[in-house]
Design a protein around this ligand. Structure first.
Ligand code: WQD
Length: 333
């Protein structure tokens, strides 16, 4: 079986490529390196000992996509390619709508033209907005508070409409909670350039003294210690969720959504203290004002993915913290 992976050099994409190759899938990767580095290709090959086909380019480029489908018999696609920074999307909404929607529409049109109608889509728990009840089920109300989240919800709706128009499609929409950590080899992981938006990469940069201290965005939330609670999931568990989803879409038709989370919520201070303890490092922090748009708590009910995809997260918060630190210590810049 041959799987097209868009954005396969990115943080979650690269970990998913490793799991696909380890599961004996053939893969074809397309990436324009807008949020990834070319050396990831060799690192995926080094980890797995396997080769794969790579095309550098933009998923908006239908000519390139047609070339890929003409040169490869693609059985299904996993669609990661897209911009994903919440803050940036607020500042540059048109860039986010153009990129995230055009990549998806181009991909779906070319897949349809080549009669390839099986896709796993990278969505996000951000489509739940501020949840009314916890843990969050897939049937929870959907609402978005930023253009990034809105593109994810719009793409989910596009996929649902595609299936309504042609029920021979097989579509799995995966709603990620908070992916953190890195492959045990320390060869791939998340180390964004500059000031990170997300908590774990920021903690790591403070631990390695690249940044002076962490700003904890508020300690007056309605949580056990007042700091924000999230469902952190090891990126390798998340990647394995894509293998379960691709196995499912290859053997079924339909269109459905699945939460990929652990079902456990951890506060900002839980993560900081666990990181310090397992890595034997200091992480200086200051409590500051809330970040606009942040919610008190968010964590998944992952039972549907367990029941239908036969997937559940296994790795604990301690391993997430160890693996995140191990990656940057292997001097991956
Ligand atoms: C986690 C917690 C912050 C940074 C976002 C996107 C979501 C997904 C994951 C793409 C919150 C606190 C953070 C810092 C802090 N991305 N925090 N200091 O906001 O839950 O989710 O990333 O799909 O779509 O919305 O993740 O890591 O930014 O924040 O105190 O410097 O850490 O307030 O409570 P978030 P995050």
């Amino acid at each position: 079986m041959k799987i097209l992976v868009t954005g396969g050099c990115g943080y979650i994409g690269s970990h998913t490529c490793v799991e696909l190759l380890d599961a004996n899938y053939e893969i074809v990767v397309i990436d324009n390196f807008s949020n990834s580095k070319p050396d990831v290709i060799d690192k995926i090959k080094q980890i797995t000992g396997k080769d794969f086909t790579f095309y550098e380019g933009d998923v908006q480029d239908k000519e390139l996509l047609n070339k890929i489908f003409k040169e490869n018999k693609i059985d299904a696609a996993i669609h990661f390619a897209g911009f994903k920074a919440v803050g940036e999307s607020v500042a540059k909404p048109l860039m986010y709508y153009r990129n995230n929607l055009d990549t998806t529409l181009s991909l779906l049109e070319v897949m349809n033209d080549h009669n390839c109608k099986k896709i796993v889509f990278s969505s996000s728990a951000t489509v739940y907005g501020k949840p009314d009840t916890l843990p969050i089920k897939e049937t929870a109300p959907l609402s978005t508070t930023n253009p990034y989240g809105t593109t994810k919800l719009m793409i989910e709706d596009i996929l649902r409409d595609v299936y309504k128009s042609d029920n021979t499609w097989s579509i799995a929409i995966l709603r990620y909670f908070n992916p953190i950590g890195a492959h045990k080899s320390g060869l791939i992981g998340e180390n964004p350039n500059g000031i990170p938006n997300n908590l774990m990469p920021y903690i790591v940069k403070v631990a390695t003294h690249e940044l002076d201290h962490l700003n904890v965005f508020g300690n007056d939330y309605n949580t056990k210690d007042g700091t924000g609670v999230r469902d952190y999931i090891h990126v390798v568990d998340l990647a394995k969720g894509h293998i379960s989803a691709i196995n499912y879409v290859l053997n079924h038709t339909g269109c459905d959504t699945y939460n990929l989370g652990t079902g456990h919520g951890y506060s900002v201070l839980d993560l900081v203290n666990t990181f310090k303890e397992v890595n034997h490092v200091e992480v200086a922090y200051q409590i500051t004002d809330r970040r606009p748009g942040d919610i008190d708590a968010c964590y998944a009910d992952p039972s549907k993915a367990k029941e239908i995809l036969n997937w559940e997260a296994n790795l604990e918060i301690e391993e997430m913290c160890k693996d995140a630190y191990n990656f940057v210590q292997k001097d991956n810049n």
